[in-house]
Design a protein around this ligand. Structure first.
Ligand code: ATP
Length: 740
């Protein structure tokens, strides 16, 4: 039979078949060390354990049995040398076999742990002493025997020093291995247990050593995530399926190249890598990290930081534990929800994080929604890269919709993808959530998902925070409800046309690349109060199926420098998910004329206006500025607005139409209501007409009657009083019959 080269090598280079075989051999070495100790005892004529047969004790014979072949009690002097020789030979063999095994790629936990935490040979021996009783109960007895007490089964510092040190000087030197800063204790691999039986408290030497449960499992070859972390972490192995990723491919490619280049440096001085990924919820931070790690064949340990922060007192130890786990798994660490830590006011938490990274980190992803301005020296010894993940463009969104809708097996979905992708600037995660939430709702009602359902689900996903900063206008009114001159109506309809074809003109036809600015759809509505500016925004929102938010600019402008920009930025950021129409009321608060810059705040106010203009231009949806005081608007700003629509005070015909439209079909209306009279004589804007009609309706309801002309005249009187308009019945041509 032909002997292969590999088999030949194996014969000449003995190795361990597996981790357990290696550990057994290590225990063989420990046995020899213990023998050396016992022999030394016996040579000195000491009995390490009370031999009073009335007490529970471990007899010499029992120990001799456990440590076969321990030299006979009488022959210890002669045997001492032999044991030393055997120990040295055993150690040499063991080292060789470990080397060969590692060369052949056999996993041996102890050498691997030694490598990961750069343990010294002495520290490895300490670990082994602590590990032994977990593998074989005989060590309980042996340790108790050596420590003169049947209850002292765990190894004490003293015992370890006895076993590993040949002289007093060595013992002194070795004490440093037991300091809290030494690797074994800093990493939590070993902990101290006080000797409870010592009434006066135990000395450092008398303290027992306990091996950490996670490290024990690791050494036994079980590499499950630490039990203390299971609830707040998730391990993604390189071969496991990762979520589909909808991120600009160039971001992914550049980051991968950067990482490959970084890790190609095998030198000791290679810096630790900290990658901060920031972007809106669901933009794909975790998916990106998982996909990069998969390509690099690295496991990824995901840590739920907000969950960890719920127990703030333990954050330091938990972070350490997580980073240690990362090393044990040889995994990159992904800390999600980093924003609360990046806050400079939380500097102590940041310090813990930086410490954990500097001690155990090698590849760390930090993920949050906010950008992070790194302070100098924040992550010393690390290379910090902050990368923004933008919301996906229309084509990536369409792909995300296709991906999440395909399992529904509904034929029409391919026509929905386009509409949904065009309408909502959702992140892939939000798209997934929208589909899933609708699926759950439909499962309960046992009906099929429609496109309208998905639109609704998208709205629920977006603008959640916008409701806190703005008032949502519920869009019920359509083109029939607004009365304006034809020119204004045409302009309003043009706005809608531009939104509808935005994706085609800017995207498909490539106009986006040609324009550096001016892509946003900015509109100015000007006109007296109550002439239909808000109504027009509502009609547009209704026609386009968009949400509309009304923001009072005078409330948003802050006297604190920089605050206005912050407020504005929040509004735009929140609105961009749904391309909601943003209706800024009282625009003159920001865009009012300033003849000259008179004080420092005026200068900042100018910065604020240019900031709003910039945001408006970047925004993909419609931004409407409304003002009652067109003349008060600065020309420099109005020039940059795409549509300017004047809302005139309604003329007699328009007022007639407005009066008529304000009575619902169901409302009981008397025959004496004279629309011509009202439109001719009551010269007020649509907003006032609305109020008068409502006043009249309530008066009629109170009197238990139909709505009569007298109610309308009474309502008009109230409205006049409210707005401070002169009420002169004879000038208004109100006869007694009408008023009765
Ligand atoms: P302000 O400048 O005070 O905010 P505005 O111009 O935004 O006022 P709206 O709030 O749109 O005015 O008008 C209030 C109500 O008056 C509308 O909801 C509608 O019922 C009625 N209205 C006003 N103008 C018109 C119009 N042109 N056509 C039909 N109804 C109108």
């Amino acid at each position: 039979m032909k002997v292969t080269r590999l088999e030949e090598t194996k014969k000449t280079m003995p190795n361990y078949q597996n981790n357990l075989e290696h550990l057994k051999d290590e225990l063989g070495k420990l046995d020899l060390l213990i023998q050396v100790r016992i022999v030394a005892f016996r040579q000195a004529g000491q009995t390490p354990f009370p031999t009073d047969p009335t007490h529970m004790y471990i007899s010499h014979e029992e120990v001799d049995q456990l440590l076969k072949p321990l030299p006979a009690w009488q022959g210890v002097r002669a045997a001492s040398k032999d044991i030393q020789v055997s120990l040295e030979r055993h150690q040499q063999e063991l080292r060789k076999k470990v080397g060969h095994s590692l060369q052949q790629g056999i996993f041996l936990a102890l050498p691997q742990l030694t490598h990961i935490f750069s343990l010294s040979p002495f520290e490895v021996e300490i670990l082994l002493i602590c590990l032994a009783p977990e593998l074989d109960r005989k060590y309980d007895k042996l340790y108790a025997y050596l420590q003169d007490d049947i209850t002292r089964k765990k190894p004490s510092v003293d015992l370890v020093l006895d076993l590993l040190c040949a002289s007093e000087a060595e013992r002194w030197e070795a004490r440093s291995y037991f300091s809290p800063q030494s690797p074994l204790f800093r990493t939590g691999m070993l902990t101290f247990i006080e000797d409870v039986q010592s009434p006066s408290g135990s000395s450092d030497l008398a303290r027992f050593l306990k091996l950490d449960a996670r490290i024990l499992n690791y050494l036994l070859g079980t590499n499950h995530v630490d039990a203390q972390l299971v609830n707040c972490s998730k391990l993604i192995l390189p071969h496991s399926n990762t979520e589909a990723i909808f991120i600009d491919p160039s971001i992914q490619k550049n980051l991968l190249q950067f990482m490959q280049h970084h890790f190609s440096d095998q030198s000791k001085h290679r810096k630790k890598l900290v990658i901060h990924l920031h972007g809106s919820y669901g933009v794909g931070k975790k998916e990106l990290a998982a996909s990069l790690c998969k390509t690099l064949q690295i496991p990824l340990l995901i840590l739920d930081l907000p969950l960890l922060l719920k127990a703030p007192a333990q954050i330091e130890s938990q972070l350490k534990l997580a980073f240690r786990e990362g090393l044990l798994q040889q995994a990159a660490l992904f800390l999600e929800g980093i924003d609360p830590i990046s806050d400079p006011q939380e500097s102590h938490r940041l310090k813990y994080l930086a410490q954990a990274i500097s001690q155990y980190g090698w590849l760390t992803f930090l993920a949050g929604e906010k950008a992070w301005v790194q302070q100098p020296g924040q992550f010393e010894g690390s290379l910090f890269q902050s990368i923004q993940l933008p919301l996906p463009d229309t084509s990536l969104r369409k792909a995300a919709w296709a991906h999440h809708l395909s399992p529904l097996n509904i034929e029409e979905t391919h026509t929905w993808e386009e509409a949904l992708a065009n309408q909502f600037r959702l992140s892939p995660g939000q798209i997934r959530d929208a589909v899933q939430s609708m699926q759950a709702q439909k499962k309960r009602s046992k009906s099929n998902i429609t496109c309208a359902d998905l639109f609704k689900a998208c709205r629920e996903q977006s603008n959640q925070k916008l409701n806190e900063m703005a008032r949502k206008i519920t869009a019920h009114s359509d083109w029939n409800d607004i009365i304006l001159p034809d020119a204004q109506l045409t302009q309003l309809k043009e706005i809608c046309t531009q939104v509808k074809h935005r994706a085609q003109v800017f995207g498909v036809w490539g106009f986006e690349q040609k324009l550096s600015y001016g892509k946003g759809l900015s509109v100015l509505f000007s006109g007296p109060p109550g002439t239909g500016k808000t109504l027009a925004a509502e009609v547009i929102a209704h026609a386009l199926g968009l949400d509309c938010y009304k923001i009072d600019l005078s409330g948003l402008v802050s006297k604190y420098i920089g605050e206005t920009e912050k407020n504005l930025s929040k509004v735009f950021q929140e609105a961009e998910t749904s391309n909601a129409i943003l209706f800024f009321d009282e625009a003159d608060a920001l865009f009012g004329k300033r003849t000259e810059v008179s004080d420092a705040h005026d200068r900042y106010a100018n910065i604020e206006t240019s900031y709003l203009l910039q945001k408006m231009e970047e925004y993909e949806g419609i931004v409407i500025l409304a003002t009652n005081l067109r003349d008060n608007m600065d020309e420099a700003f109005t020039r940059r607005i795409r549509f300017i629509i004047e809302f005139p005070f309604p003329d007699i015909e328009q007022r007639l139409a407005i009066w008529k439209r304000h009575f619902p079909k169901q409302a009981p209306l008397s025959d004496d209501v004279d629309y011509d009279f009202l439109s001719r004589n009551v010269q007020v804007a649509g907003g006032n007409i609305k109020n008068i009609v409502l006043n009249a309706a309530f008066l009629a309801a109170e009197n238990g009657q139909v709505i009569r002309m007298a109610h309308l005249i009474q309502g008009t009187k109230r409205e006049y009083e409210k707005i401070g308009k002169l009420w002169d019945e004879s000038r208004l041509g109100i006869t007694k019959e009408k008023a009765r």
